[in-house]
Design a protein around this ligand. Structure first.
Ligand code: PEP
Length: 255
């Protein structure tokens, strides 16, 4: 089984002005362990990518990503951002976050097209999947995340898949303060891993599977103690340098 380096990504969502984003990045830098022992990715709003990127340039502890990308090449899509426009700014991109799926009607098909566009541009995608409360209650979490994984990655080559991470984010756990139980996160990660193995064989075991949904400094150590969980996608807590860096430290110490 390949050793997977843990990854902690902070999704700042639609928070922070440019100045606030730089201040937050600076505060995170100040509190970050000297050697985090895991990959740490900041996902500020598009408008702050350049400024935050400049600020963290040269700090090998931090990497940068975007929260979204359009599926088409540069062209007439007012208000959108193409993958080719991101490559100068950041390495990572989050695709298929449940807020995009719910608020903007992003379907599995669109998630797949965005993944293709990101990979073609050379970005490192983090693909988010996760079930709703109703699907969870109906015992369908594993089936839902496996189907979303197959839909997102169908048609990708092994090399392309190896450049991706998957974030399991049960919708009912996002921003609610109600993180999934470790056993639920492990079960969903297992379903995702099996779906990836069916498509990509042994390469699937190199792909990092993160957990996201109300991760904080208190529940992070327990999550990271699960070998099936390779890191975290952090929303609310990523806006607070102390808790975010504590999560990073937990990931690094168990990495
Ligand atoms: C997220 O936005 O991906 C997320 C997991 O949010 P929170 O940590 O606030 O639940």
């Amino acid at each position: 089984m390949p050793q997977r380096r843990r990854l902690v990504a902070g999704n700042w969502k639609m928070h922070t002005t440019v100045a606030e984003a730089v201040t937050l990045a600076e505060a995170i830098r100040a509190s970050l362990p000297a050697q985090p022992g895991c990959d740490v990715v900041l996902l500020p709003p598009f408008v702050s990518l350049w400024a935050v990127g400049r600020h963290i340039a040269g700090d090998s502890r931090l990497q940068l990503g975007a929260q979204n990308v359009h599926w088409a090449p540069p062209g007439a899509h007012t208000g959108e951002i193409a993958a080719a426009m991101l490559v100068d700014l950041c390495r990572f991109v989050l695709i298929g976050h449940s807020e995009r799926r719910q608020e903007f009607g992003e379907t599995d098909r669109l998630v797949h097209r965005k993944l293709e566009a990101a990979l073609t541009a050379g970005l490192l995608p983090i693909v988010a999947v996760g079930e709703s409360q109703a699907q969870h209650d109906a015992g369908r979490a594993r089936a839902v995340v496996a189907a979303q994984t197959r839909a997102a990655f169908g048609g990708c080559s092994e090399d392309e898949a190896a450049r991706c991470a998957v974030a399991y984010e049960p919708r009912w756990a996002i921003g609610t303060g109600r993180a999934a139980a470790g056993s639920d996160a492990v079960s969903a990660a297992d379903a995702i891993r099996r779906a990836l193995r069916a498509m990509f064989g042994p390469v699937a075991d190199t792909i990092r599977i993160l957990y996201g949904g109300s991760v904080d400094q208190d529940n992070a150590p327990g999550l990271f103690a699960e070998p099936a969980i390779d890191g975290a996608l952090v929303g609310g807590a990523s806006l607070r340098p102390g808790p975010f860096c504590a999560i990073v430290a937990a990931a690094g110490s168990l990495g």
